[in-house]
Design a protein around this ligand. Structure first.
Ligand SMILES: N[C@@H](CCC(=O)N[C@@H](CS)C(=O)NCC(=O)O)C(=O)O
Length: 287
């Protein structure tokens, strides 16, 4: 599947080129899926019309599928289109991965993005691009305050509380920067892409959009022609300030650039347009 055009515009020359494939010898796009792979169906947050909506947790599991080169059927699911088996037996939880073995009819249902990611990695495709590299759980721990801090700040509607919410977020982002600076390679665990990266990257994408849209805060400066609606009326000085602010965490900035540009991130089955992400956070804020 050809990737859609990148929504990101880079205002300065490409940085160090890094090999984004998880393993030089096992490019997920060329490695054939094992013959015994069951049919995969992925249910995630969707509109009643069946359009995919914003969910960084679903995006995580989809990135794992993309890195494995695994074909799957995507079923965007709204509260009114949830199947009975999902509601009755799995508390209606999304995202949800269903595997079905055509030969035996055996079926597994997995909910929770991390459980889904681990299942895909360890049970379905253990030989393609292994993602549970040493230290990934510790890396997850190190960056874990970020998402809650970001969501807390974005959802806060009381201006008096904004400074403390923003401080918590900035500290959480500093922790991500420190983690990256402590590595010799481009990922949270050094040279090896792991589940920790694939979990973090969609959350960073949501943060870039929601912080710009609702809090006038930029953590990533090079955000595209297609999201120009986020920067309407911005002056040259504001642009310069935005770039300076975002560049205060150089490793994080470099990390986001590399990850946001990867073909897996831009895979059309999992990429969610910024407008939909902004809309989702607007709803979460009660706007
Ligand atoms: N901890 C869960 C969180 C999943 C979650 O919160 N999903 C939300 C959207 S971000 C969702 O799908 N909501 C729609 C629904 O439940 O109907 C996971 O990692 O899977």
């Amino acid at each position: 599947r050809p990737a859609p055009p990148s929504p990101f515009l880079f205002a300065r020359p490409a940085m160090r080129q890094r090999d984004l494939a998880c393993h030089a010898t096992a490019d997920a796009t060329t490695a054939p899926a094992p013959a015994s792979t069951p049919d995969l169906t992925f249910y995630m947050k969707g509109s009643p019309e069946g359009k995919m909506l914003d969910c960084p947790f679903a995006h995580f599991a989809q990135l794992v599928l993309a890195h494995k080169g695994a074909p799957y059927t995507l079923v965007p699911t709204s509260p009114c289109t949830k199947p009975d088996w999902l509601l009755n037996d799995h508390e209606g939880k999304l995202p949800c991965l269903v595997t079905e073995d055509r030969a035996t009819g055996a079926r597994t249902v997995t909910t929770d993005s991390m459980a889904i990611a681990k299942y895909i990695d360890a049970e379905l495709f253990p030989d393609v691009c292994p993602l549970a590299g040493a230290g990934y759980e510790e890396a997850l721990q190190a960056v874990s305050p970020f998402f809650g801090a970001m969501a807390g700040f974005v959802k806060n509607n009381d201006p008096a509380l904004d400074p403390e919410k923003e401080k918590a977020l900035q500290e959480a982002l500093d922790a991500v920067e420190r983690r990256l600076q402590a590595q010799t390679g481009p990922y949270l665990c050094g040279e090896t892409l792991t589940l920790a990266d694939l979990s973090l990257v969609p959350k960073l994408y949501h943060a870039v959009i929601a912080l710009r849209r609702f809090k006038n805060l930029d953590i990533y400066p090079f955000f595209l022609p297609r999201s120009e609606g986020l920067y309407v009326g911005e002056s040259a000085e504001q642009l310069a300030a935005r770039v300076r602010a975002a560049q205060s965490r150089p490793r994080l900035e470099e990390y986001m650039q590399a990850q946001f540009e990867s073909k897996e991130f831009l895979d059309e089955q999992c990429f969610c347009a910024w407008e939909i992400v902004a809309q989702g956070w607007g709803k979460a804020r009660g706007d």
